[in-house]
Design a protein around this ligand. Structure first.
Ligand code: 13P
Ligand code: SF4
Length: 342
């Protein structure tokens, strides 16, 4: 059986049974399976709140990769998207890494196909390639150093001033880094579908109704949103800002899932999701939201679908992730501020 098959195909081919007894206590079952199988559940802040509540560790992309590298669990269940589970597999190749829905992809990772990026990179043979971790495992094999939104400034600043730098795949984060570091980065033209839909006009109207509210934004947002933000940061950075700042109202320009941890940490504060420029009132990542409690249970019960990577991809790609982890460790970045429910 090909363990890379999507959930739908696993069901069609009879490998998975998705009929769940409605009386089943999913939370109790998942906790039982965690113990029985020595499994750890790692969840990104953009997951459904019920998944966040059952996870052993909730964090941003940097914290999640650090946790995946250090865990002694036999099975890593990744409640996140495909590139995150691939990163966990590259860091812990001897472990079984499961993703509840293999179709939980990422528009940003998809916006940078490795064969096209290779041609782009060949035009700048002297350049150091820095890739945002939101990219495929194969793209990581074409990368010198990975970065996340938490450590991106440190990573760029760790590269000697006389070196050309290619930054992929997020052009918004790239433009932000150019401004922040003063380095002339060569940018790949990719974006995240969630962070490019915020409406400046609707945010301004929300500000009129809530003049005390601070606008906080993820650096994947477009420049005109970042220019008017009171604070810019990774998901962990935004969460910590809302805990530490005295303001009582925040307009949050990132995926709405993070608000669950913000409300848990500061129950007396109010969080408004930044409105998008479409008629739909939500700013959810459809990829992140493919994971459900039901799929989490099924994937732990059957240990499917599993992330499988070719050896050469792991060997080559992990170097760029390890380089990132080394620089982050030296800078004292990571794990501490995220939510560990171990
Ligand atoms: P961080 O949680 O690392 O800020 O990344 C945000 C994101 O878009 C993950 O897909
Ligand atoms: Fe990808 Fe954007 Fe979804 Fe993050 S929020 S997984 S970058 S599509």
């Amino acid at each position: 059986m090909d363990t890379r098959m999507a959930t739908k195909d696993l069901v069609k081919n009879g490998y998975l049974n998705l009929d769940i007894d409605p009386d089943l206590d999913l939370v109790a079952e998942i906790n039982r399976l965690k113990k029985e199988k020595n499994a750890i559940i790692l969840a990104h802040y953009y997951q459904e709140s019920e998944i966040q509540d059952i996870a052993d560790y909730i964090g941003d992309s940097l914290g999640l990769s650090q946790k995946a590298a250090e865990t002694d669990a036999d099975i890593i269940v990744f409640a996140g998207v495909h590139f995150m589970a691939e990163t966990a597999k590259m860091l812990s190749p001897e472990k079984k890494v499961l993703l509840p829905d293999l179709k939980a992809g990422c528009s940003l990772a998809d916006s940078c196909p490795p064969h096209l990026f290779k041609k782009f990179k060949d035009k700048y043979p002297e350049a150091v390639v820095v890739s945002y971790i939101n990219c495929t495992a194969e793209l990581k094999t074409l990368t010198d150093i990975c970065c996340t939104s938490t450590n991106s400034v440190h990573i760029i600043e760790s590269i000697p001033e006389d070196k050309q730098i290619i930054f992929a795949p997020d052009r918004n984060l790239g433009a932000y880094l150019k401004k922040k570091t003063g380095r002339d980065l060569i940018l790949w033209n990719g974006t995240c579908m969630v962070h490019e839909i915020f409406s400046h006009e609707k945010i301004a109207k929300l500000k009129v109704r809530h003049p005390e509210a601070l606008l906080i934004a993820h650096p994947e947002c477009e420049a005109h949103i970042l220019d008017s933000a009171d604070f810019i940061g990774s998901t962990t950075g935004l969460l910590n800002f809302t805990k530490e700042n005295d303001a009582h109202e925040f307009i949050v320009a990132t995926e709405v899932g993070i608000i669950h941890q913000m409300e848990l940490a500061s129950p007396h504060k109010t969080f408004f999701p930044a409105p998008p420029n479409n008629t739909c009132a939500c700013n959810e990542c459809p990829h992140m939201k493919r994971n459900t409690l039901e799929k989490l249970y099924i994937c732990m019960e059957h240990e499917l679908p599993e992330i499988i990577l070719e050896d050469w991809v792991i060997e080559k790609g992990v170097k760029s992730i390890n380089r990132m982890l080394e620089i982050s460790e030296k800078a004292g970045l990571g794990l501490k501020p995220t939510v560990d429910q171990d």
